[in-house]
Design a protein. Sequence first.
Length: 794
Amino acid sequence: MIAKVIVDVPLMQTDKPYSYEIPSEFEDMVEAGMRVHVPFGIGNRLIQGIVTEVSKEVDTPEELKSIVEVLDYTPVLNQEQFWLADQLRKSVFSYKITLLKSMLPSLLNSSYDKILYPQSSLDPSIQTKLFGSKQEVAFSSLDVADQAQVMRLVRRGDLLLEYQAKDQKQIKTEKWYRVDQEKLKELQPSARAKKRLVLKEKLQLETQEKPLADLYKEFSKPVVAYFVEQGALKVSEREVNRAAQYFEGKKQSQALILNQEQARAVEAVVSQIGKTSTPFLLEGVTGSGKTEVYLQIIQEVLKKGKTAIMLVPEISLTPQMTNRFISRFGQEVAILHSGLSNGEKYDQWRKVERGEAKVVVGARSAIFAPLKNLGAIIIDEEHEASYKQDSNPRYHAREVAVLRAQYNQAVLLLGSATPSLESRARATKGVYQLLRLTKRANPSANIPKVKVVDFRDYIGQNEAGNYTPILVEAIADRLQKKEQVVLMLNRRGYSSFVMCRECGTVDTCPNCDISLTLHMDTKAMNCHYCGYSKAIPRHCPNCQSRSIRYYGTGTQKAYDELQEIFPEAKILRMDVDTTRKKGSHAAILEAFGNGEADILLGTQMIAKGLDFPNVTLVGVLNADTSLNLPDYRSSERTFQLLTQVAGRAGRADKEGEVIIQSYNPNHYAIQFAKEQDYEGFFAYEMKIRRQLGYTPYYFTVGLTLSHKNEEVVVKKAHQVMEILRSGLSDQIQLLGPTPKPIARTHNLYHYQIIVKYRFEEGITQVLNQVLDFTQEKENKDLRVSIDNEPQSFM
Ligand code: ADP
Ligand code: ZN
Ligand code: ZN
């Protein structure tokens, strides 16, 4: 028997599978979709590969090498995923093995061991041979000769096999208690030990294991310790399952009665489940109840016995968002996000694979979740750039979704208050079907009034200030009414830095052409690209002058200033510094939602998905910083951001107000955001894109070449230009090679080539030629990325 295997060899990648002999003891076990170890190359180094096919014929006359180890006892990739990789290969310029690996839970791509447990059906003599007196053994500790037999036993169900992450650091444990009712009855606390009596009474009613921390909320350590010492409480250590936490104590939520627009949208989508249909674009103003539409579509999908994927941007995977799905669908939901450890992610993935979870709620990579019988794929905030992976393989989740919908005859729904220009343009052409929600779902909530304040009117009054008197007055008003305020500092591509007042030198990273960011909390200067860090300088590195000044409006500075203006106000700050720890993002939002603070001040992180009824004022401190970036999407991004953040105000009965401070109050992106006029912005921006020849009128591909030697990278860039030019028509537009806006990072020089075209038959083939060029021996130090439809040009 022969297995076709695509192998994972860095720097010699190819999509061509190699043939390997299947050793006779594995003959009936190896299937397509399993991972194997095979010898490769002259040194017969063992490398990982994926079996794509098993067959009888031999297509090479020479003797074949044999598979050395089979890593899975059942396939980890299915036929749909192989099909997806083939399809994606036409638009994603990474090798197939890279695509397939990205579909697996990361545990299976990192180091782990396989642990075996005997099951009751296991033959006792085999149990003794394999386990001795142990309860479990690691697969890796077995003789190679035993491994095939073990796999057979796993398949028969005589052994249980689990993958276990080797990196145990990520596993968190906590103490749980169980009540021993017999012992508890025997306890007779004295009448004066009131707390002990209260606890005894409480414990008498408990039958389930609970976290010990729950008791500490009400009782002091000595009180609890008394029960533990007397044996009435049994304490054990348990692995914290962060995914499980989401499910505890959730009340079931009922479907709301839809308004007309919502009902029409649900109906249109539901009628197409199980048919081949065009994708839907749901354009709904902020607060229009898109989430309720998603929930009811999924409900219909489940009724038909099918499954669904719900994608949301990583940053919106807060408890607030996930709760809405768990409250409606309970344990049928699997949650996939970056806050889970590799082991937990693997558990969720298995829950999906075994068919126990029917609804997957997750960020970008959840689009690959191995759900069978898919009925719907929904992508919320479809305009978000984070749906495109910005490392290899550079796939867009929307593109994968289109393919999976087609394969499964599932419906695809893209939702946003501010759809990407690409998607909205497709809806105009009928490639997507447009559905609109034009009103807020809560009948007493209105779209908030937006005021744009011209910052220039206040120049000279308080130069360093972040707050105009108009904004200060509005904040004071809300504080007095006990309503809440959200303030956003727009920091995209912008941060605090240090500049010499004598010679103007800005302190930059020695490895990257980028200014170092000032962090007052750690008293350090950091490079956000390579992680370089140093102390805040006292002298100018250029002229030695001592007159160094701190520039920029970091959130810390905006926070300090605000606290000074409103000493009584409770302010929460949310930015990269305060959310570095896992879970802190969600914790800040929860605190704000519980009314523990008056003001939430943060970066664009706060713009998404928050639904807090008591927020009646939203302020944008500086609308402009994202406008002037060297990127043709900067207006679109600014418009989206302002519209989204404005949508956080007045979501319930109380009237909302939005104040935007800007140096360019007449810029069209700001003006359309002020009117919350998506359609107006779309029409205007499309004209500009047409004039300048950008997406969606043209297709673009961005190629980036990086090398530590600038001369080499320029030379190679010209070779790539040559490959492109000779393979493409004379209609093609090739821009560059030019240094990237950030020309050097990590001690590598980056050059960029942009390819623009409308129709170009040979484009896929030529870009694959460039990909193969990168695998040539003399290019092994050169890094090339081929980014089809780049989301950013920075
Ligand atoms: P979006 O996702 O479009 O911004 P949400 O789904 O967050 O909007 O809905 C905004 C608010 O309106 C939520 O509090 C939601 O519970 C409420 N809502 C949604 N649909 C309805 C409805 N049909 N009737 C009453 N309230 C609704
Ligand atoms: Zn750096
Ligand atoms: Zn100087």
